[in-house]
Ligand binder design. Structure first.
Ligand code: AP5
Length: 213
């Protein structure tokens, strides 16, 4: 089974993907993670993407479509979660074409619904490990020792795009470019909306119910 996890910035896509990888054995394809890794390694793509991401804008469709095509091809037949892709209708259309060519499909398009006030709180309190990328929250999921990753002992930091101006921009871009995907997947019959509120385990439980249905 292949699933698409989408929703506004801070809805919990990365958090739930990590649980689904750990407990259900999915492969995880996150365009945000791929782009941040390119920035960290200072590749040509990373240098190009950094400014756009820090401002809260979207990287070009062509770039992310190429990244996802490569990632899915490399997985061969493993079940996967797409997190953060697609986020424009063009990306959705190109994903469908790509999957048809590979004789694959998305079985469930799960939309994580979270109100804006909660999103802002989640994003502004997020801390991420510089070494392993694990994500924490200063209130909901704090590290045991401030600034130190519980998983690998690396240093945690606040993403540049989690500062107030970028958060506002990302929420705006989400409404204009990504929210229309709800209609796209509703029309295809794969859309399942679930609440992303409550504890991380509660949300994970809801996703599991969807996967079992
Ligand atoms: P990306 O990394 O994909 O960012 P995003 O979609 O904005 O999503 P986030 O990572 O911010 O949030 P999330 O939903 O994963 O939430 P998380 O689980 O971390 O993309 C970054 C940038 O890359 C984009 O802005 C764009 O520039 C570029 N990009 C990426 N993909 C692209 C594409 N396809 N096309 C074009 N450009 C692209 O949770 C957030 C916080 O909340 C954490 O601190 C977490 O601990 C906490 N939390 C999670 N769940 C709960 C809960 N249930 N209760 C309380 N706290 C919780």
């Amino acid at each position: 089974m292949n699933i698409l996890l989408f929703g506004p910035p801070g809805a919990g896509k990365g958090t739930q993907s990590a649980l689904l990888v750990e407990k259900n054995g999915f492969a995880h394809i996150s365009t945000g993670d791929i782009l941040r890794s390119a920035i960290k390694n200072q590749t040509a793509l990373g240098l190009k993407a950094k400014e756009v991401i820090d401002k809260g804008e979207l990287v070009s469709d062509e770039i992310v479509i190429g990244l996802v095509d490569e990632a899915i091809t490399n997985l061969k037949n493993k079940s996967f979660i797409l997190d953060g892709f697609p986020r424009t209708v063009i990306q959705s259309e190109r994903l469908d074409e790509m999957l048809t060519k590979m004789d694959k499909k998305i079985d469930k398009s799960i939309f994580l619904d979270v109100e804006t006030d909660f999103l802002i709180k989640r994003l502004s309190g997020r801390r991420v490990c510089k070494s392993c990328g694990a994500s924490f929250h200063i209130e909901a999921n704090p590290t045991q020792s401030e600034g130190v990753c519980d998983k690998c002992g690396g240093e945690t930091y606040q993403r540049a795009d989690d500062e107030a101006d970028s958060i506002a921009k990302r929420l705006d871009v989400y409404e204009k470019s990504t929210a229309p995907l709800k209609d796209y997947y509703q029309a295809q019959g794969s859309l399942v909306k679930i609440s992303g509120l409550g504890s991380m385990d509660e949300v994970y439980g809801r996703i599991n119910e969807v996967l079992k249905a």
